[in-house]
Design a protein around this ligand. Structure first.
Ligand SMILES: Cc1cc2nc3c(=O)[nH]c(=O)nc-3n(C[C@H](O)[C@H](O)[C@H](O)COP(=O)(O)OP(=O)(O)OC[C@H]3O[C@@H](n4cnc5c(N)ncnc54)[C@H](O)[C@@H]3O)c2cc1C
Length: 536
């Protein structure tokens, strides 16, 4: 069977596998991922001609956080004449989720830090959902206790035992501790720093950051080079910073812009009346909860299982052709504006014009990720010298650790679902993706189990199921020079009636950037619509 046939069969019927654990208990699982059949259909480009037409003022292509945020913003401005076309069965994109008898669980994004005070639109949305209970205009809103991560939030397995928090300290030498302290001091200074333009040196969304050349110069070197430039060479600090880059950007610090690496530590200043600094918002299903809230007012406008395969700018409008994956029929939508909220690497297959734009889209690189949801018959095996936290990381290991999906429950659970994350971070992301797709469920589950057994020797005996999701194009990452990269800047421009809204255009893949992308694109549709309607 060649690779293509293999992928097609994989997507058509997810593989149900069985594994025999050491105590002879079998556990099964599925190998899952985005719709590859549709992906291959796009590359072949053989679709039936359209058999019907529809008209909406705005068509949103893609129902991840960016597309859903655009829909939310249009609704909030009283504009309901739009349709959102999503390829998969459900919206959410890489903030999607699953559930089983024990718990809901994330397949991708799983938390949102407390937003910065100046991120008014995001706080307004959170207030609407009830996540902010009161004071969303103030510096310290009150958040819903249920959504603030319960203690303990984080622990790190290092030198044979668990310590509180992810910043390493247990078993480190005095020099290593001093270095980490100096790094933290420097990040604190950056957090307070402002540029000559009066803006914060590092902000979220990143477009709100200062344009002062003093700070932008950091984009020219890698985060690893920045650490060496400061004279910081210790293994513990390098692990910590590397972990942060892999966790947020899916790539090691050597591949990440120093500006972006510092952004991770210095851009978050959000405070709450009832939360610790650094406490995050989380839900059993992860950020799928936020996706559900964004979608809730647009259920009538959302159409799933719609594969968009052509976008074309016409003299008096713009058209979108989408194949319904159930009926196999193609519908042509005629619109005033299209918000393209699908990933950049798909754009060259659907856009009929703008060769410069498709060239820029094809230039976006993506880091591949692996996520596994592991059901455990006995949650107590996660206990060590410290109780299980929400986020649990193993020092100097290939994976990024796991979050406990049912951490936000009021009673101590007897069973558990843990969500394991692994950014397959390598300099060569294309090769890493190829390798990911060449692995079987059996070999992936074995390496995941081995990775976690260092901290949990009894893990294998407790596993009742392991489902594994392969994200080939999980997220873009901010390489050195990404701030001035003309390809990325071009994606952020408006192209006649086409507006791009995706984290691929932001350059950093986090919820806040996706939200800002969607709101910006939707507001430029509204603005242009108003302008076009002005009497001549
Ligand atoms: C494993 C993982 C963990 C993460 N953890 C976090 C986290 O904890 N916190 C955080 O803030 N961020 C996290 N992120 C990043 C976050 O999930 C993203 O930044 C955000 O969800 C991206 O949203 P988006 O809408 O820009 O893109 P996407 O999620 O890529 O959405 C694009 C949508 O377009 C659809 N689509 C594609 N092609 C077509 C087509 N031809 N026709 C119609 N529809 C199409 C897709 O199905 C998809 O729904 C994580 C990401 C991953 C992969």
């Amino acid at each position: 069977m060649d690779r293509r046939t293999f992928l097609l069969s994989l997507a058509a019927s997810p593989l149900l596998m069985q594994c025999q654990s050491r105590n002879n208990q079998a556990f099964g699982g599925q190998l899952l991922g985005p719709d590859h059949v549709a992906g291959h259909a796009l590359t072949k480009g053989e679709f039936p001609p359209y058999s019907q037409t529809r008209r909406n003022r705005v068509v949103i292509v893609g129902g991840g956080i960016s597309g859903l945020s655009a829909a939310w913003y249009l609704q909030s401005q009283g504009m309901h004449d739009f349709v959102l076309l999503e390829l998969e069965d459900n919206t959410g994109g890489n903030a999607r989720s699953g559930h089983n008898r024990i718990s809901a669980y994330p397949w991708g994004a799983h938390y949102l830090p407390i937003p910065n005070h100046e991120n008014h639109m995001l706080k307004q949305f959170l207030a609407e959902t009830g996540a902010i209970v009161s004071g969303h205009h103030t510096h310290k809103p009150t958040y819903h206790e249920r959504y603030l991560c319960f203690a303990p939030q984080e622990r790190l397995f290092i030198h044979g035992q668990w310590q509180e928090g992810l910043r390493p300290h247990h078993g480190l030498s005095k020099n290593e501790l001093t270095e980490i302290e100096a790094f933290e001091q420097q990040m604190h200074t950056f957090r307070l720093a402002r540029g000559k333009d009066g803006k914060p040196a590092f902000s979220i969304p990143l477009i709100e950051s200062s344009q002062d050349p003093q700070w932008l110069a950091l984009d020219r070197l890698s985060m690893t080079d920045y650490l060496y430039q400061q004279g910081w060479q210790g293994q513990a600090l390098h692990w910590y910073v590397n972990y942060a880059c892999r966790d947020d950007y899916g790539m090691p610090a050597s591949q990440i812009s120093a500006w972006a690496g510092i952004h991770y530590f210095a851009a978050r200043r959000g405070e709450a009346a009832n939360a610790e600094l650094d406490q995050v918002l989380t839900w059993p299903q992860g950020n799928a909860w936020l996706a559900e809230q964004l979608a809730s007012k647009s259920l009538a406008q959302i159409q799933s299982r719609q594969l968009v395969h052509a976008i074309s700018q016409e003299k008096h409008g713009i058209t979108v052709d989408a194949q319904d994956l159930n009926s196999r029929q193609t519908t042509r939508w005629q619109a005033d504006h299209v918000i393209y909220a699908a990933p950049a690497h798909v754009l060259p297959f659907v856009l009929r014009q703008h060769s410069d734009l498709t060239q820029s889209a094809a230039n976006v690189l993506h880091a591949p990720w692996l996520v596994a949801n592991i059901s455990l018959s006995d949650a107590s095996i996660l206990q060590g010298n410290l109780p299980a936290a929400w986020d649990n990381v193993i020092y100097d290991h290939p994976g990024l650790g796991y979050v406990v999906a049912n951490h936000q429950t009021l009673q101590q659970p007897s069973e558990s679902v843990i969500t394991y994350y692994h950014a397959l971070a390598q300099a060569d992301s294309v090769r890493a993706r190829r390798e990911l797709y060449s692995e079987s469920w059996q070999s992936l589950q074995q390496s995941i189990t081995r990775d976690l057994q260092t901290a949990h020797p009894m893990l294998e005996e407790a596993i009742t199921r392991m489902d594994i999701w392969r994200w080939g194009h999980a997220m873009t990452f901010p390489k050195p020079g990404f701030l001035t990269d003309h390809h990325r800047l071009r994606l952020n421009q408006q192209h006649d009636r086409l507006h791009i809204a995706h984290t691929d255009a932001a350059g950093i893949s986090i919820f806040e950037e996706a939200f800002a992308q969607g709101v910006r694109a939707a507001s430029s549709c509204l603005y242009q619509r108003t302008k076009m309607k002005k009497p001549r």
